[in-house]
Design a protein. Structure first.
Length: 255
């Protein structure tokens, strides 16, 4: 059953059924969990990822449960691709309320391993992907006079451990970009979600044996992806004069 929660936009009542939320990296993990949760709340979700066969299945499931979902192939590192993703949503619904910049990768390794191709890929997906989302969505949001970006950082954006220097650098960058975006725009809400260890496919990108072994230990207390989805939903559902700037979500057992 769909929920029907109500918020207010500039003196006019709006409901979740009218919200349009774009989610990147929606084919698995936090992105998939967020799509399912928001759709159950009556929000129109537009899902983007490279693995369209997964998106097709997810959209079919959401629709079978009474939700509203669309999908489009998306490589967040391609600026034109992201622009087409936003234009698709605008054409379909006439507006966008939120872009959830969730797509990310985490191929951890020590710097001395010199996995420079993996460094470049992290920079492209984790930083450039967020910037491409802003570049595609911000002009439309400014024309509308409202909108929200929900950018996924990490506890790695607050601290650095061995093997995560480059990954942490990309997540620190997400914090800096988000704060700059917030300060520059009084009509756009900006939220950063910083998950602790969470069940996802992020660790699948680790090719370094030492880093992979360490992550196996770290993930013994991992949160379900739905825990992060609930934090994202909380930020989205606040009244429009409330800007939840950052939420850090960790397993209770984390130190």
């Amino acid at each position: 059953m769909l929920e029907n929660t109500t918020t207010w936009r500039y003196g006019f009542m709006t409901t979740n059924q009218q919200k349009v939320v774009l989610i990147t990296g929606a084919s698995s993990g936090i992105g998939e969990a967020t799509a399912r949760l928001l759709a159950r709340k009556g929000i129109h979700v537009i899902l983007g990822a490279r693995r369209t066969e997964r998106l097709e299945t997810l959209v079919a499931t959401i629709r079978s449960e009474g939700g509203s979902a669309e999908y489009q192939t998306l490589d967040v590192t391609d600026r034109a691709d992201f622009q087409a993703f936003v234009e698709f949503a605008q054409t379909k619904f006439g507006r966008i309320d939120v872009i959830v910049n969730n797509a990310g990768i985490m191929p951890l390794s020590k710097l001395e391993a010199l996995k420079v191709d993996e460094w470049d890929r992290m920079i492209d997906v984790n930083i450039r992907g967020v910037l491409n989302g802003i570049a595609a969505g911000l002009p439309l949001m400014k024309r509308q006079g409202f909108g929200q970006f929900v950018n996924l950082s990490s506890i790695g954006g607050h601290a650095v451990w061995p093997t995560c220097a480059v990954y942490s650098a990309t997540k620190f960058a997400v914090l800096a970009i988000s704060e700059g975006l917030r300060q520059e725009n009084t009509d756009i809400r900006v939220t950063v979600i910083s998950p602790g260890v969470t069940e996802s496919e992020l660790a699948d990108s680790i090719t370094d044996p030492e880093a992979g072994k360490g992550m196996q230990e770290f993930r013994k207390i991992a949160l379900p992806a739905e825990a992060i989805a609930r934090a994202i939903a909380f930020a989205i559902e606040q009244p429009d004069d409330v800007d939840v700037n950052e939420i850090i979500v960790r397993p209770t057992a984390s130190v």
